[in-house]
Design a protein around this ligand. Structure first.
Ligand code: ADP
Ligand code: MG
Ligand code: ZN
Length: 611
């Protein structure tokens, strides 16, 4: 409807432009053309022609005489000349026979004139208009879309187009199971109808970024073999109020026609945010959401339209969206565990050439907390590194290096660092490692390096747990904080100074100590009180305080106390093992990178002094 209105307006504008051009044409161009057909001449030529009897028509105006001369060959030509006071003129004209001097001289016939001055320009302009319009349309591509308001851009996916199946999604078994049920329902709905079961109308995939939510939805499309409408939440966001709602309507209309089918709304939080009567609230977004709610209620669940949505901010969604009958099933897509990480790497490693004996478990252990997207990236980085080093296949060291690239950035091979700074960095890192190794609740040291990275890290100590950990005990937390303070403690012990190199350690130690006090109930002076709430669990997990200012001050004291104790403990460990600290730091300065085994070997053997 909107479209035809739009077209009508276009034609109106076109008509007006035509009329204008036509007027201009007739007022200016035509006289010029006509003028070129009339030859100017002098009065004596006129008289001569009258004498010769070749003049066939004469038109006498106030200051000008126009006359037509017809030659022997029948060709006629119009001339004009100035009018001179000549009383004998009429006499002379009538004397010379059949001169028609009453009528005006028409240069062209009336029909020809009409065609020439009206029809031809219109035809010409229509042709021109069409050419222009087509070329503009082609060049601007989107113009056509911008003009056709209210149309949905929901793409229809069928099996072949996503090309993804559940086999492409590693790990995430619970999510796959829940989705497999939906796929099964779409394949044979009768099985469910017979027993009277209603399948959920919608399922919401929630989880941190990069865990494979979009991938899972595509896999469902691949498995289900039904039409798959995919649209991103942001595509509903329009400039004009009501447009987003129109799109929702359109999408569901299409889906209803194509049932059974799947509708997938990615990043649904863009439209599904809580409606919270805020000042200057977003009318357009709320209307879109309302329309979505209405549509989800409106369609028949038995018909076989299943709505999937994905988000990493479930807590910001409007509660109305989450009630039973809408997105009543919530499918968590969490960060992969050890086995999941291994499986994901294997899925992606199929696409690259490897040298056959790769220990994926070792890489998986070193990447605790990495998402599927990061793991896919690690595999790709490894392949790039193999190419860079001129090899045909990826080996273990490529993978290990690419883990570090993804964690800490590329090596800055030609960064110039003075000898003194290198020494401080070496002692700092060995400080971390030594404190870690000398505490029983700490993860083993995997690697120590003082090669600077593009992320700004000047060196780092990597610790890798033997097995996947799901819980963090108080002892482990305290050991981790002590390890974090170990770097600074070594600087103080050896160089009697402190550097900015510890800033990242300080940040991490504070974060952990705060969490111990405010969220884990691990401090001595507070009981199990939640003093902070996590805002968005899947996106960074920033927190906001939920306590009085007095309590906040006490929290700060508590955090400071925890870190102070840990710092003292680290300092003590280092001064007790100062010989080892020197030996290991020297070794690291020489080698730049040492493995956990080398480290433990040196730590384990008796010092020369002790023998
Ligand atoms: P999001 O959860 O943010 O929508 P995506 O589905 O877009 O994440 O995942 C990004 C990429 O990460 C995928 O294209 C895929 O290559 C990889 N990936 C994530 N999770 C997995 C998984 N479980 N198995 C295999 N690949 C995965
Ligand atoms: Mg996604
Ligand atoms: Zn450090």
């Amino acid at each position: 409807m909107n479209e035809s209105k739009n077209n009508r307006r276009q034609y109106l504008v076109f008509g007006l432009i035509c009329l204008l051009l036509l007027l201009i044409f007739n007022a200016m161009v035509k006289p010029m053309i006509n003028a070129s057909k009339v030859k100017e001449t002098n009065y004596s030529f006129f008289l001569k022609q009258i004498e010769a009897g070749t003049v066939t028509q004469v038109q006498i105006e106030d200051s000008e005489i126009k006359f037509e001369v017809t030659g022997a060959d029948g060709q006629s030509q119009v001339y004009s000349t100035v009018r001179i006071e000549d009383p004998d003129l009429v006499d002379r004209l009538s004397k010379n026979g059949n001169i028609d001097f009453t009528g005006s001289i028409e240069e062209t016939s009336p029909l020809q004139g009409f065609l020439f001055s009206w029809v031809l320009p219109i035809v010409f302009m229509i042709v021109l208009w069409n050419i222009l319009f087509k070329s503009i349309g082609k060049r601007m591509g989107g113009m056509g879309n911008a003009m056709s308001f209210g149309k949905s851009n929901a793409k229809i996916y069928v099996k072949a187009q996503t090309g993804k199946t559940f086999a492409d999604v590693a790990g995430q078994d619970e999510a796959k199971e829940a989705l497999a049920e939906i796929v099964d329902f779409l394949h044979n709905p009768n099985k469910y109808a017979d027993i009277g079961a209603n399948l959920p109308k919608g399922a919401l995939l929630v989880g941190p970024p990069g865990t494979g939510k979009t991938l899972l939805a595509q896999a469902v499309a691949g498995e289900a073999n039904v039409p798959f409408f995919s649209i991103s939440g942001s595509e509903f966001v329009e400039m004009f109020v009501g447009m987003g709602a129109a799109k929702v309507r359109d999408l569901f209309q299409q889906a209803n026609e194509k049932a059974p089918c799947i509708v997938f709304i990615d990043e649904i939080d863009t439209i599904g945010k809580k409606r919270d009567g805020q000042l200057g609230g977003n009318d357009e977004r709320e209307q879109t959401l309302n329309q979505l709610l209405t549509e989800m209620d409106g369609f028949d669940g038995k018909k076989g339209v299943v709505i999937l949505a994905a988000t990493n901010r479930p807590e910001s969604l409007d509660p109305a969206l989450l009630r039973p009958g809408r997105f009543d099933r919530r499918i968590p897509v969490e960060l992969p565990d050890l086995l999941g990480r291994e499986a994901i790497m294997k899925v992606h490693a199929v696409k690259i050439k490897t040298d056959g004996n790769i220990d994926y478990n070792a890489i998986a252990r070193a990447t605790a907390g990495a998402s599927g997207a990061e793991l896919a990236n690690i595999i790709n980085e490894a392949a790039l590194r193999a190419v860079r080093n001129g090899r045909q296949a990826v080996n273990q060291s490529d993978l290990e290096e690419s883990v570090e690239v993804v964690i800490a950035g590329y090596q800055r091979k030609n960064a110039v660092i003075s000898q003194q700074e290198r020494e401080i960095i070496a002692y700092h890192e060995i400080g971390h490692a030594l404190v870690a190794a000398k505490q029983k609740d700490s993860a083993p040291v995997h690697k120590i390096t003082i090669i600077p990275r593009t992320s700004g890290a000047l060196g780092y100590t990597m610790q890798v747990d033997e097995a996947e950990k799901f819980l963090l005990s108080k002892e482990e937390a305290l050991a981790r904080i002590a390890t974090l303070t170990g770097g600074r403690s070594a600087e103080e012990l050896i160089f009697h100074t402190c550097t900015s190199g510890a800033s990242n350690d300080i940040e991490k130690a504070t974060q952990l100590a705060r969490a111990m006090v405010t969220r884990y109930g691990m401090s001595d002076n507070f009981d199990m009180i939640a003093l902070e709430t996590v805002n968005n669990q899947y996106l960074g997990g920033d927190t906001s305080l939920a306590c009085s200012p007095q309590t906040a001050a006490r929290i700060d004291d508590e955090v400071n106390g925890i870190i102070k104790t840990a710092h003292e403990k680290a300092a003590k460990i280092l001064s007790d093992n100062i010989e080892k600290l020197h030996e290991l730091a020297r070794y690291l300065l020489n080698k730049e990178t040492i493995t956990g085994e080398e480290f433990m070997a040196i730590l384990g053997k008796e010092t020369a002094a002790a023998i």
